[in-house]
Write a protein of this length. Sequence first.
Length: 419
Amino acid sequence: MDKIVLKGGKKLEGEVKISGAKNAALPILAALLLTEGWNSISNVPQLGDISTILKLLHELGAEISEDKKDIRVNARNLRNPEVPYDLVKTMRASILVLGPLVARLKRAKVSLPGGCAIGARPINLHLKAFENMGVKINIEHGYVEAKVKRLKGARIYFDIPTVTGTENIMMAACLADGTTILENAAKEPEVVDLATVLSKMGAKIHGAGTDVIMIEGVETLKPMEHQIMPDRIEACTYMVAAGITGGKVKLLNCNPSHCQAVVDKLQEIGLEVSTYNHDGGVLIAGGSDLKATDIKTHPYPGFPTDMQAQIMSLLCLSQGSSIITETIFENRFMHVAELKRMGADITVQGNTAVVKGVEKLSGAQVMATDLRASASLVLAGLAAEGVTEISRVYHLDRGYEDLIGKLFNLGADIERLKA
Ligand code: EPU
């Protein structure tokens, strides 16, 4: 298996172009199943998870034409309602095709995702919402079987604001009879990007980006063109990379307003952050004396759970004690043991981590269990003394486009060793 080898201590300097958002591209590509005809999507990041969803769309009968970041999809021959275990086990977001399949084919059979490295991650809220819309759900042999005669609009209250749950139901509701109202819906910018796509297709959606979304069902949807929004988690990860190395990095093609909760915390820690709205740019300069702060993850617009691991690496090198509370996933501290191997002083109790700042981290051989945990180890390695070797690189390939190339261009001493 490939490894990343990096030597810490280089200040990152220069510009980095932020890619399209993985978590916007995945539901948007699934939504293309709702139309017959060629849709064109640009700024699609080249990632492992994107290859997986394209493979899945192809299995279901969609025609696909790919030219790097420009992807065209035509689902006029959508016929196969079944998503096998092999695809769901590599990527939980495969569940996002359930809504479009039920809306177009009136049936779907999708393997039930199991637990994963960050928590149990059930899909009960998706399924309950489908049932409210008249869908018969049956779970057998590890598969969710969904069947419906007439998909009907409904009032749905999510007990927890679920991102992919909101997206799945929003997609199905576009082709349902009548009006659907989603309460306590997720407000993430990726939900808004999907709603923009659905509206371009002719759907009638109001309130995306707030916690109440109203969707009036229409008869059919038409193909469209769309550019994927910038990846706010990738952008924030490079902000931390600049901060942790005491460097100065300009991010291009990013939307600073999506990063506000993280930027506020980075400023509290002591980083200088300026935004340039004319070119969607942000300049981050790392401070020399970083201070501890407390962080609690929340749904958007709160501090994102997808940045919790990365900011922990920065707090490991900030003076004083920081408390990080993870409220979204029950098992998202798997990076702690690895950071401790690099000299970090962290104590975990339940969903809280107490991080005591240390003078320095030291390079080590480490491995991670999920995407964002892997990113936190790369960040720690950039600041650590000596060489850090990170295995299980496939986690990073799933969600950070050309991470090694981008860091190398900013001056990091980093390379990928092929197995
Ligand atoms: N939940 C339930 N039942 C459900 C659905 C969710 O109990 O039916 C719980 C989850 O277990 C969790 C909370 O609700 O405790 C929120 O989970 P959510 O459903 O919002 O997460 P998700 O939709 O599965 C997306 C992102 C994740 C990101 C979370 C939270 C995509 C493809 N994935 O997951 O991204 O962490 O929202 O913001 O959009 C990542 O990119 O590394 C990643 C894990």
